[in-house]
Write a protein that binds this ligand. Sequence first.
Ligand SMILES: [Zn+2]
Length: 53
Amino acid sequence: MTNCPECEATVPNHDKIPGEVFPCIDCGTELEVLKTDPFAVQPAPKEAEDWGE
Ligand SMILES: [Zn+2]
């Protein structure tokens, strides 16, 4: 497991795969799985609110 980069909550890697995006169970931040061995995550890039113009 690893820790949420936003709130430091423990993030289990149960059945996670690289590239998967899931919400932190504690703060709700969308996290993207970078790799599983060792398990590492990063805040997922926001896709909304970037329409501009
Ligand atoms: Zn969190």
